[in-house]
Design a binder for this molecule. Structure first.
Ligand code: E4P
Ligand code: PEP
Length: 338
């Protein structure tokens, strides 16, 4: 941590800071410039955080040098991690295809969507039984009935299930059916929910909050990790920008940035980013090209009847091209499709 003193800071101001840091068990190294003095701090950064250094007289700025997250940081774990979901790897060296309906609507729709996903090469099935909707009047998901449908479709297809949990009270129930728990963009900073999924012993896919910086996203992951669960996959799903042509703006650069800062796998959701069927395949290509460890894609047998997000769902006619992208692109990056 570094403290930058204001030009008008006095010798007493600097000495007071050195005393406070020393009393907190740290060391302070003062470096006097012509106009400014900088104080480098060595010690327990968390403890320094409690000192309100920014509020002390003569202080212009306080800057962290190390990342505020630890367990998910690559500093603490230089090797990139692989997370296994029902035996399916998500991590460096592979590009995992997760696909399925946005929402579980009926047994037949879910089975058909799962078969579409499998035909395109998916090894994990997505599907929401609890839907976080903007409108309280919109379809909210089938709840536990939807989880039962997913479990039946898993038995029929062999595809492990990724499904969202939106309420901390439902975590045990959802975890009793799911192979991987999803935290959606709207709950990406619901800290009680993050802690609850961190304690349940299932892999977690953490979507980036639509308004979250990469650091805030990694801090959210730290909440899960802190409860003893490091089986976390980060998912870039587009952020809010001024652009209205797409539903969200896919932040392609977030993939290599997050991979450099964290050892956790990073996947991309091209469906919720663009919000448009015609963009899903181009954004999938972009995601794989930038190094994503997987993609999660909405498919629907009859998107015109979908109860949620029909306009972004791939249809049967798109599957051949999706399968081709998955077959051809990963090897160009030295990876294999899973
Ligand atoms: C889908 O997965 C989400 O629940 C959906 O994108 C929510 O958006 P909306 O409720 O604004 O349609
Ligand atoms: C979803 O994948 O079903 C979903 C709700 O996505 P997001 O949280 O990214 O909007």
């Amino acid at each position: 941590m570094v403290i930058v003193m204001a030009p008008e800071a006095t010798r007493e101001d600097i000495e007071t800071i050195v005393e406070v840091i020393t009393a907190a068990g740290g060391s302070a190294f003062v470096s006097r410039g012509v106009n400014r003095t900088i104080i480098g701090l060595v010690g327990d950064v968390a403890q320094f955080g409690a000192l309100n250094l920014r509020g002390m007289r003569g202080v212009a700025d306080v800057m962290r040098v190390t990342a505020p997250y630890k367990l998910v940081s690559r500093d603490n774990h230089p090797e990139r991690s692989t997370v296994r979901v029902g035996g399916v790897p998500i991590g460096p060296g592979t590009v995992t295809l997760i696909a399925g309906p946005c929402a579980v609507e009926t047994p037949q729709q879910t089975l058909e969507a799962a078969e579409m996903a499998k035909a395109a090469g998916a090894t994990l099935l997505r599907g929401g039984a609890y839907k976080p909707r903007t409108s309280p009047y919109a379809f909210q998901g089938l709840g536990e009935e939807g989880l039962r449908i997913l479990a039946d479709v898993r038995t029929a297809t062999g595809l492990p299930i990724v499904t969202e949990v939106v309420d901390a009270h439902d975590v045990d129930l959802v975890a009793s059916y799911a192979d991987m728990l999803q935290i959606g963009t709207r709950n990406a900073q619901n800290f009680a929910l993050l802690q609850a999924v961190g304690g349940v012993g299932k892999p977690v896919m953490l979507k980036r909050g639509m308004n979250a910086t990469i650091e805030e996203w990694l801090m959210a992951a730290e909440y899960i990790a802190q409860r003893g669960n490091l089986d976390i996959v980060l998912c870039e799903r587009g952020i809010r920008t001024f652009e209205t042509a797409t539903r969200n703006t896919l932040d392609v650069s977030a993939v290599p940035v997050a991979q450099r800062l964290s050892h956790l796998p990073v996947i991309v959701d091209p469906s919720h980013s663009g919000g448009r069927r015609d963009l899903v395949l181009p954004l999938t290509r972009a995601a794989i090209a930038v190094g994503a460890d997987g993609v999660i894609i909405d498919v629907h047998p009859h998107p015109e009847q979908a109860l949620c997000d029909g306009p972004q769902a791939l249809v049967n006619g798109d599957l051949r091209e999706l399968a081709r992208v998955m077959r051809q692109l990963p090897p160009l990056l030295g990876k294999s499709a899973v």
